[in-house]
Design a protein around this ligand. Structure first.
Ligand code: GSH
Length: 232
C-alpha cells in the first residue's frame, strides 16, 4: 500500500502543510488507498528533504508534482478528462501560483508573525527533548526567514504581504464564483492544490489576521467545507 509521509493532523486540518494536504486529498479524490506515516524523522528520510514524499513498494517519490504524475501514470488516474486544453493550461499555472506565492504568504503568517509563532512552536517543537526544544525552533525560524527573504516575499512589509495575500484570495474567490469546484461541477487536480492551501487559511483553527481575512471569502469557506465533507 502507498505510504504518505506527512506531518499529521494539526490546527483542525488533516495536515498543516499545503503540499502534504494536496497529496492527501488527491489520493482520496483518486480513490487510491494509502496510509499516512507521521514520524519525527520523516524529513530526514525525504528524498528532497521536504514533505510530502510517498513510497509505493520499493519506489520512493518526492515532491507533490512528481507524486501526482507518478499516481496518474501508475494508477491510471485522470481527474482532468473533463477539462479543455485551455482549462488544463490555466489550471496548471494557477496551481503554480498557489505553490509559489500564496503558500509563502501562509508560511509568513505562521512562522514570522509573533501572534502565531508561539502556537506553531508549541505544536512542532515542544515534544523535543531538552535542549533541542529550545534550539531547534530558533534555527528553524531563522531558516524560514532566510527562505522568505530569498524567495522575495520576505522583503515586503507586513501590510504589503497582507495585500498580496488578499489579492490572491480575492482572485480565487472570483474564479470559483458559485461553482461547486474550480472548473465546474466535477473536481479536478487543481482542486487538490486549491484545497491544500485554502484549507490552511479558512478551515484552520489558527486565529490570526490572515485567516480572519480569508474567512471573509464565504465561497472559499463553503468550498473547503464541501471538500472536507466529501473527502474526509
Ligand atoms: N515543491 C515541494 C514543496 C514541499 C515543501 O515545501 N514542503 C515543506 C512543508 S510545506 C517542507 O517539507 N519543509 C521542510 C523543510 O524545508 O525543511 C512539493 O511540491 O512537494
Amino acid at each position: 500500500m502507498i505510504k504518505l509521509y506527512s506531518f499529521g493532523k494539526h490546527f483542525g486540518v488533516a495536515d498543516p502543510s499545503s503540499f502534504v494536504l494536496k497529496i492527501d486529498v488527491y489520493l482520496r479524490m483518486a480513490g487510491i488507498k494509502y496510509k499516512s506515516i507521521v514520524r519525527p524523522d520523516n524529513l530526514s528520510k525525504a528524498p528532497k528533504g521536504k514533505l510530502p514524499f510517498i513510497t509505493d513498494g520499493d519506489i520512493t517519490v518526492g515532491d507533490s508534482q512528481f507524486i501526482i504524475a507518478y499516481l496518474q501514470d501508475k494508477y491510471n488516474v485522470d481527474l482532468d478528462s473533463h477539462l479543455s486544453d485551455e482549462q488544463k493550461g490555466v489550471a496548471y499555472h494557477l496551481g503554480k501560483s498557489l505553490d509559489e506565492d500564496l503558500y509563502w504568504c501562509m508560511v509568513y503568517s505562521r512562522w514570522i508573525k509573533d501572534d502565531t509563532w508561539p502556537l506553531l512552536k508549541e505544536a512542532f517543537f515542544s515534544s523535543m527533548p531538552f535542549p533541542f526544544k529550545y534550539i531547534v525552533p530558533i534555527l528553524a525560524r531563522k531558516g524560514i526567514k532566510t527562505a522568505l527573504f530569498k524567495q522575495g516575499l520576505g522583503r515586503h512589509t507586513d501590510d504589503e504581504i497582507m495585500v498580496i495575500t488578499d489579492r490572491s484570495l480575492q482572485a480565487l474567490s472570483d474564479i470559483l464564483g458559485d461553482k461547486t469546484y474550480f472548473f465546474g461541477d466535477n473536481p479536478c487536480t487543481f482542486d487538490a492544490s486549491a484545497y491544500g492551501v485554502l484549507a490552511q487559511f479558512v478551515s484552520s483553527t489558527i486565529d490570526n489576521p490572515f485567516n480572519e481575512m480569508a474567512k471573509q471569502y464565504t465561497n472559499l469557506v463553503s468550498y473547503c467545507d464541501r471538500m472536507t465533507e466529501q473527502y474526509y
